[in-house]
Ligand binder design. Structure first.
Ligand code: ADP
Ligand code: MG
Length: 317
């Protein structure tokens, strides 16, 4: 597979000669989906730094037949963005992979946004969410802007924004919830956090290092929702990304999120992304925690690809 990597420009941790002599050049799989067989361009930035560290990486499609996952020293989940419609199959697959980053129990927990309710119970500020089970009737409030989305989703798909003061949009919102329910999907109804239109969404990226998971960088993501769900069948919606320095409050909230993870530790994680939007009073609230297949926005922070390559190396020994 011909993949172009970035050139290496950071401090180099290399695999020891003895490691290589006894075990050969380690193979690391970067897991992707059939629609992106050569990975997302951002993930290709890892190729150069890992090659410079003596690691051979291979993009592998998660549901390709006949893959010997045990042959890899590490299997890193990256752009497996098509799992939302087949989530049970995806987490069952994750359970069969011997050395998966992030581990499959956390993938199972993180691929259903019900984890937001658990984190809220643990005291993390999260977007207030009403959960509508399939079969249940949802009566739209008669005012306010709301977001409707499925609990199992990725890439802003099947997600819409509705001004419920407008009767026509109330009808579309009710239809959206009903459509999710008819497909057996749990629906989430949230107030639209309008600060996303001005301040934007802040994604804080944490990467494994020699001392455990540490803050690496952050980006600003522009607002994604312009109106009702368009029922498109893309893999993801395009995003407007710029670098950002997170506020002290955002850093503190992200740390609270990570401290509330199941098992009470971040030790087993290779990466984590915490997505925050200011709530009505301006304090950051959690919209999404990504432990499964987050875009890591390596291109937006100098040294990030090298830091992730170093993190991967710490998992090989
Ligand atoms: N309550 C909300 N208020 C404002 N914008 C939201 C809200 N929930 C989601 N969004 C927008 O929709 C996008 C996708 O929603 P998100 O919960 O991150 O799901 P996913 O990324 O898994 O599809 C977010 O990046 C944000 O722009
Ligand atoms: Mg998101």
């Amino acid at each position: 597979m011909a993949l172009d990597g970035s050139t290496h420009n950071g401090p180099l941790i290399n695999l020891s000669e003895s490691y290589r002599a006894t075990r050969g050049e380690p193979r690391v799989a970067l897991v992707t989906c059939a629609e992106l067989p050569e990975l997302d361009p951002d993930d290709r930035l890892l190729v150069g730094p890992l090659a410079a560290r003596g690691v051979r990486i291979e993009p592998v499609v998660w549901d390709a037949p006949g893959v010997d996952w045990a042959a890899y020293r590490l299997v890193v989940l990256r752009s497996a963005w098509d799992y939302a419609s087949r989530r049970d199959e995806f987490v069952a697959w994750a359970d069969t992979v011997p050395r998966l980053a992030n581990p499959s129990d956390l993938v199972r927990w993180n691929t259903d946004k019900r984890y937001l309710a658990e984190l809220a119970d643990a005291g993390v500020p999260t977007v207030p969410t009403e959960w509508v089970e399939p079969g249940a009737t949802w009566r739209p409030p008669t005012g306010g802007e709301y977001v409707i989305k499925p609990a199992i989703s990725a890439g802003s798909l099947d997600t819409g924004r509705y001004d419920l003061a407008d009767p026509a949009l109330r009808g579309l919102a009710a239809r959206h919830v009903a459509r999710l329910g008819a497909a057996g999907r749990l629906a989430m109804v949230q107030p639209y956090l309008s600060a996303v239109d001005t301040v934007g969404e802040t994604a804080l990226l944490f990467l494994a290092g020699p001392d455990g998971l540490g803050f690496s960088h952050a980006i600003r993501k522009g607002a994604m929702l312009t109106g009702p769900d368009q029922e498109t069948v893309e893999l993801f919606r395009s995003e407007k990304i710029t670098p950002r320095t997170p506020s002290t409050a955002e850093r503190a909230t992200a740390e609270r999120v990570l401290a509330a993870l199941p098992g009470g530790t971040t030790e087993r994680l290779l990466y984590a992304r915490v997505d925050l939007i200011p709530g009505p009073d301006g304090t950051p609230v959690l919209v999404e925690l990504e432990l499964t297949e987050p875009s890591l926005f390596l291109a937006h922070a100098p040294g990030a690809a090298d830091r992730l390559a170093d993190g991967i190396l710490t998992r090989l020994s």
